[in-house]
Design a protein around this ligand. Structure first.
Ligand code: SF4
Ligand code: SF4
Ligand code: SF4
Length: 349
């Protein structure tokens, strides 16, 4: 199917939305309530475009492509409508970007920059921060919330924890946990899905606060070591220290989602008590050893036990925290090298 967006002729897939087609072809249309994993919500109306032959403005996140369609993303009418929406969002919240943890990765900030908004056009009465600090890992500041609903869609639809919803009406509307209790007293399991999906600084990682700006970190993609699912994660590293973990968007098996362990259980990485060299116990106390010395000692003792008592006197226990390939090697080592089928796994115990 052929369409034109911003004077570029594109070949797009049937069933795609205009926003998806634009993104796939590197054309920026601002959006806030849309996320690839939560889909179109049609709430914020920041992604409006004009289409030749169609009256009015249309939300590109919910408008399907059709043959020959001509989409205009930057007409005066479009930009004016987008500016109005973003100005209203900025004016009704407390958006003090300098001190905001999301500064630099905030989608609202990006849209304001794209539209050339330097200061909010409307001046509202002073908005007070409305903080919910009760959760161990998740920090809420309702005054930065733009009511896009991405956190709610993620909590209810993606991870199906069903904690979040909109509560109250009109200008009192806000995101609530359960029956409007503090998050730390709610049924929240602290998976951080809402943190990952929030486009602003309204829901953020509590542990990362004050640890470093996004531009001071670099990301390293790796596999979560907590279980055999193999979720793909990004380590956010500053000064050789992991200060945050996020799920890798767009990559399976988890496509950005994580559990509480994978997202927040990383402090052992930087813990000074973490073992970094093998230890050998002699006369009841441990001493540090090289890998060569430790492996030689293990091999010597396994050989001794095998000769004295036979291979079935040895058993091999493996772990859910290592990869399938490493588990495969462990059982191969037990069966082919030692000669025993005594193989087990901590996840069964
Ligand atoms: S949420 Fe975004 S726009 Fe609001 S203060 Fe933070 S960085 Fe600025
Ligand atoms: S942390 Fe997870 S369970 Fe808790 S509110 Fe956010 S998405 Fe829902
Ligand atoms: S907390 Fe974030 S994701 Fe949730 S509605 Fe507010 S701005 Fe959107």
């Amino acid at each position: 199917m052929n369409i034109t967006i911003k004077d570029r002729e594109l070949e797009v897939k049937e069933g795609q939305t205009v926003l998806q087609a634009a993104r796939e072809n590197g054309i920026y249309i601002p959006s806030l309530c849309y996320h690839d994993r939560t889909g179109p919500a049609g709430k914020c109306r920041v992604c409006v475009v004009e289409v030749e032959g169609m009256a009015g403005l249309h939300t590109s996140c919910s408008l399907e492509v059709s043959e020959g369609m001509k989409v205009i993303t930057d007409s005066e009418k479009v930009l004016e409508a987008q500016k109005l929406v973003v100005n209203l969002l900025l004016s009704t919240g407390k958006h003090d970007c300098l001190s905001c943890e999301q500064n630099g990765i905030c989608e609202l900030q990006d849209v304001a920059y794209y539209l050339g908004i330097e200061t909010p056009a409307f001046h509202m009465a002073d908005v007070k921060p409305e903080i919910d600090d009760s959760s161990e890992f998740v920090y809420l500041d309702h005054s930065k919330c733009i009511l896009c609903g991405r956190c709610i869609a993620g909590c209810n639809g993606t991870v199906v924890n069903e904690v979040l919803d909109f509560g109250y009406r009109g200008h009192e509307a806000k995101v609530i946990c359960d029956n409007d209790v503090p998050m730390g007293h709610s049924s929240c399991v602290q998976c951080g899905e809402c943190v990952q999906l929030c486009p602003t600084g309204a829901i953020i990682d509590k542990l990362r606060r004050g640890k470093g700006r996004p531009w001071e970190t670099h990301k390293v993609q790796t596999t979560c070591g907590y279980c055999g699912v193999g979720c793909q994660i990004d380590l956010h590293i500053k000064d050789n220290e992991v200060i945050d973990i996020t799920g890798k968007e767009g990559v399976g098996p988890n496509f950005g989602s994580l559990c509480v362990k994978g997202r927040y259980g990383y402090h052992f990485l930087n813990d000074p008590a973490r073992l970094k060299t093998p230890l050998i116990r002699t006369n009841g106390s441990f001493r540090e050893a090289s890998w060569d010395e430790a492996l030689d000692l293990v091999a010597k003792n396994l050989n001794r036990i095998k000769q004295e008592s036979g291979p079935d006197a040895i058993g091999v226990f493996s772990s859910a925290r290592i990869t399938n390939e490493e588990n495969y090697l462990m059982q191969k080592f037990a069966r082919a090298t030692i000669g025993t089928n005594n193989v087990d796994h901590c996840a069964r115990l």
